[in-house]
Ligand binder design. Structure first.
Ligand code: DX5
Ligand code: ZN
Length: 216
């Protein structure tokens, strides 16, 4: 079982993003999570390609890019060219998910699919073996600092069972409302990676919070 931490820069200090990225470089964070929002798929707009291009210049950790956008296909290569290492698209917006996942892999990125809280795990049973990662939303996407949805624990167990049944090598990542308490239960349920935004960047000592989150 992995215990990976992927801090979300959605809650970072955009007045001095470089400082926060250097902090993450020096921390025990495994990846850096980017919540890209288009204001259509989710009721919020965050940031896009230029932020990733600039962070890539100084980041020493893989860039874990979460696309909360209605039409990801035309942006696969631009995100690769901007420095994305993992590219995660939402199940809910892909009419041809198998083709989209193939296109992400062809660009040399790790493939990820994200499920909203209402989207059941079994919908992935015919594509799970193509996926490096499944991201489960434990809040309704669009904003940091929301309340954790308790059903997520059961969803992690169901997803883990599907991965085992299909002999897939897929990692389980959770996004939203992660803290020491939910993080501990999520790792125990079988999660491999935790996204944490407000809990990390809102803490007095983010490096210490990341270190502790890895060991909960
Ligand atoms: C929601 C975002 C958030 C963010 C983490 O669309 O994806 O889940 O990454 O938010 P926190 O950790 O602040 O709940
Ligand atoms: Zn995210």
């Amino acid at each position: 079982m992995n215990r990976l931490i992927s801090p979300s820069i959605l809650s970072a200090d955009f007045n001095d993003l470089g400082k926060d990225i250097i902090m993450l470089n020096q921390s025990e964070a495994d990846w850096i999570h980017f919540d890209v929002m288009d204001g259509v798929f989710v009721p919020n707009i965050s940031f896009g390609l230029p932020v990733i291009q600039h962070v890539k210049k100084i980041a020493t950790k893989p860039l874990d890019v979460h696309l909360m956008i209605i039409n990801p296909d035309p942006f696969i290569k631009p995100f690769r060219d901007s420095g994305a290492d993992i590219l995660t698209v939402h199940y809910e917006v892909c009419n041809h998910l198998h083709r989209t996942i193939g296109a992400i892999r062809k660009e040399g990125m790790k493939t990820g699919v994200c499920l909203n809280p209402h989207t059941p795990v079994h919908l992935l049973e015919d594509i799970i073996n193509e996926l490096d990662l499944v991201l489960l939303m434990s809040v309704n996407p669009g904003f940091g600092g929301q309340k954790f949805i308790q059903n997520t624990y059961q969803k992690v167990v169901k997803l883990k069972n599907l991965i085992i049944e299909k002999k897939a090598n897929t990692l389980i990542e959770i996004d939203g409302g992660v803290n020491f308490e939910t993080g501990k239960l999520l790792f125990e349920a079988g999660a491999d990676a935790l996204v944490a935004g407000s809990f990390v960047f809102g803490s007095k000592d983010p490096m210490k919070t990341i270190k502790h989150l890895k060991k909960v």
